[in-house]
Design a protein. Sequence first.
Length: 119
Amino acid sequence: QVQLVESGGGLVQPGGSLTLSCSASGIAFRLISMAWYRQTPSKERELVASITNGGRANVAESVKGRFTISRDNAKNAVNLQMINLKPEDTAVYYCNADPPVNVGSRRYWGQGTQVTVSS
């Protein structure tokens, strides 16, 4: 059974920092790329950062220099360290494989974690 559990979100002031964590089960974690995505009510879900099973990371241009993705294959965990947060980073953040996993015929998403950047 696939399960992706995100945590670590919250309310932070502009310029602040947060670290998001994701625990994965039911997937071949060590063999696949993982990623963090985010979504707001007015925008489609977008890929923020990804990391291969070997640890090679890529981040979107909008967060380059501010977000760092990492993974711990021994713990089936993937983290997203975010610094110098901006109001436009406000979104629900999800972790998933890259590309996202399907369960049956449907794309699977966890519950996500809300990040709000506001003064």
